[in-house]
Design a protein around this ligand. Structure first.
Ligand SMILES: [Zn+2]
Length: 477
């Protein structure tokens, strides 16, 4: 489905009919064809909003508050429920309208004990963490021979007999990259490894963490056992520990590993999306959705993933709200349960996926500076997409693709064809701390966060259809 260029334009019956009839007809015809006409704040107004946002620390205060007063907030747990209450209080205090929670049920997995040791030939402990949805070992753990593979493909090609009853180890070579390109391909050991190992009869699997650092912090992350594969214990070793295992394996002796992972499935619990709005002057115009996710992994306090994202989205919306009333409604969504399987994004789609949206935008790639803008607004809105590129350039943001938009929670709606914008953040160091105990407030640079808010405010100033300091609506009787 494509959203039409004029989907946001409504005919105002209150306009003087005779005087503007001809003009309206011409305008209507233009809009119906390929009119590059769209309403936005003036370039001077956009520039002043952009500059003012660079001096503002509201976003940092949100990240500080959420990570300090709630801390880790694993989806479906009591901690995430506290995060929702915190979010409702915060968004209400910021002055947004229609603050509400849309709840949904989801299966919940919680971490248990996690330990690993090489028991032969060189006994020593290893730093390990369970991957989301990992199966459990008995309390006393399991011990088995370790068999190493350099990639998922190597594991897939191995005969089942070579793997059966053993603990699988998978390595990879994920590089640092500004756009985080390695996460897709080099993330395969986490996403695909456990299923393949299980189907080959492995006793358990440990992977090299999907990370680019050399700290002894293992990186967690979700995986699911697919195609009927039985759950087996599945963990990630820190990168230095994975390299240690490789060195030990290379010595050619039989290697044995003892593993204790005791996570549990605790059944169905409630999660929810927290929603707030800046009501537009034209209530019939499709809203602009700005978002991030409220839940985090349990190991850190989720500062870069994704307190920064929810803070950026809400702060930009507040800056527009404080400047006046936009034509279009800005809808803020702080999604629940992203990390463990996009439950929040899928619930939003189930409830609102049939409603038109003017643009979908999500911040979920840390707190690094925005360096590129991609969008997918449709051919008929190309002038708007180019105006957006121009308005963002003073912030050091390069124009990117006009046929691309992404975002984790919004991906189901983007897949349906709804329009979107991506303000790509510098992710060079994102996967150093992603999903580790090191995802904490000190990793957020307040200057970089300001630049993000300035970029998002600029985007909203361009897309929201013009901001009126004294909204006409309020003057009506
Ligand atoms: Zn995230």
């Amino acid at each position: 489905m494509r959203i039409l260029s004029n989907a946001g334009v409504t005919w105002r019956p209150c306009l003087p009919y005779r005087k503007s009839m001809t003009k309206s007809l011409i305008a209507g015809l233009l809009l119906a064809t390929a009119a590059p006409v769209f309403a936005q704040a003036s370039p001077a107004h956009i520039a002043s909003l952009r500059e003012a946002a660079l001096k503002d620390d509201i976003a940092y205060e949100i990240v500080e508050g959420l990570t300090t007063e709630v801390g880790p907030r694993l989806a479906g747990t009591e901690a995430e429920a506290r995060a929702r209450e915190w979010a409702v209080r915060k968004l209400t205090a910021m002055g947004f309208a229609n603050v509400r929670v849309e709840t949904f049920d989801m299966p919940v997995w919680v971490r248990g004990e996690e330990k690993a040791w090489i028991t032969a030939p060189f006994p020593q402990p290893l730093a390990v963490t369970a991957l989301g949805n990992s199966g459990a070992t008995p309390a006393e753990g399991i011990e088995a021979e370790l068999i190493g593979f350099n990639s998922v493909d190597e594991l897939a090609a191995a005969p089942d007999e070579a793997v059966r009853g053993k603990i699988v180890f998978i390595d990879h070579n994920m590089p640092r990259a500004q756009d985080g390109i390695g996460y897709g391909y080099f993330g395969r050991p986490r996403r695909e490894g456990p299923t393949i190992a299980s189907k080959k009869g492995a006793a358990a699997i440990v992977i090299r963490s999907i990370g680019t650092d050399h700290h002894r912090n293992p990186h967690t992350g979700v995986m699911t056992f697919a195609d009927g594969a039985a759950p087996i214990p599945a963990g990630a070793l820190s990168v230095p520990d994975a390299e240690q295992v490789q060195r030990i394996l290379k010595r050619g002796k039989r290697v044995r590993l003892r593993l204790v992972l005791t996570p549990r499935n605790i059944g169905t619990r409630q999660s929810g999306n927290v929603i707030a709005e800046v009501p537009g002057r034209d209530r019939s115009a499709p809203p602009i959705l700005v978002s991030g996710h409220l839940d985090s992994w349990d190991l850190g306090t989720g500062a870069i993933d994704d307190a920064a994202g929810v803070a950026i989205a809400a702060t930009a919306a507040k800056r527009i709200m404080d400047a006046g009333q936009p034509l279009r409604t800005i809808r803020i969504v702080w999604f629940g349960a992203e990390e463990v399987g996009l439950f929040g994004g899928l619930d939003y789609r189930a409830r609102h996926g049939k409603e038109p949206h003017y643009a979908l935008v999500e911040s979920d790639f840390g707190a690094g500076r925005v360096w590129r803008v991609d969008s997918r607004l449709g051919k008929e809105r190309e002038a708007e997409a180019k105006a957006l590129q121009q308005a963002l350039a003073p912030l050091g943001i390069a124009p990117g693709a006009l046929d691309k938009a992404e975002g984790s929670d919004i991906s189901p709606l983007l897949a349906d064809g709804l329009p979107g914008v991506s303000l790509a953040q510098d992710g060079t160091f994102y996967f150093d701390v992603h999903h580790t105990p090191d995802d904490t407030l000190d990793k957020v640079d307040p200057q970089d966060l300001r630049q993000n808010v300035a970029a998002w405010t600029t985007m909203l100033a361009v897309l929201s259809g013009g901001i009126e300091a004294e909204p006409k609506r309020l003057k009506r009787r």
